[in-house]
Design a protein around this ligand. Structure first.
Ligand code: PRP
Length: 176
């Protein structure tokens, strides 16, 4: 375990088993015109492990979205950082993200993709925080529900660091 980590919340092994299940469920929903959209940067690790368990014909896209701007709380402002947009027309789109916190990011992204002509838009998140939210939106596929605490690893960062840790963990308080 990395010295900055207080405790591991979800191990690499447990994550792997859960992703097997999530990939299976997504494919059960149909693989025609399937498009996986990975939200950068946080979902790059989860997304790569998820779509490699889906050996079907699919389109893969990434979108660069930011709402935390490196800190510990959502800024409340969802920024679309890409210049252009993928072509979503007629696609069954699965938006993949590492964590569902306030829900603002996923609600905004799914709204934009639906508005761009996707035939359906679903979401798959590795982690969902168990908390009250201002948004009505609920993710379609959830890996793990966690408490309302700040976590890093497996794609999740604190000030840009710790994304490379292979597990989800809680930072030691004195590191923050
Ligand atoms: C984080 C995370 C999600 C989003 C979730 O992204 O990766 O995309 O915030 O928060 P929300 O449910 O409150 O909207 P961040 O802005 O930190 O960018 P990153 O993916 O590059 O780390």
């Amino acid at each position: 375990m990395h010295e900055a980590i207080d405790r591991i919340l979800v191990s690499e092994e447990v994550i792997g088993h859960r992703i097997d299940v999530l990939a299976g469920k997504i494919m059960e929903g149909g693989v025609d015109d399937l498009m996986i959209v990975v939200l950068l940067k946080g979902a790059m690790v989860f997304g790569a492990d998820l779509f490699r368990r889906m050996p079907v014909r699919l389109d893969l896209e990434c979108m660069n979205i930011s709402s935390y701007h490196g800190g510990m709380k959502s800024s409340g402002e969802v920024k679309f950082l890409d210049v252009g947009m993928p072509d979503f027309l007629g696609k069954r789109v699965i938006v993949v993200d590492d964590i569902f916190d306030t829900g603002l990011t996923m609600e905004a992204v799914c709204g934009v993709i639906k508005g761009a002509g996707a035939s359906s838009v679903e979401s798959c998140v590795l982690l969902a925080k168990d908390k009250e939210r201002g948004v009505e939106y609920t993710p379609d596929y959830v890996g793990f529900t966690i408490g309302d605490e700040f976590v890093v690893g497996y794609g999740l960062d604190y000030k840009g660091k710790y994304r490379n840790l292979p597990y989800v963990g809680v930072l030691r308080e004195d590191v923050i």
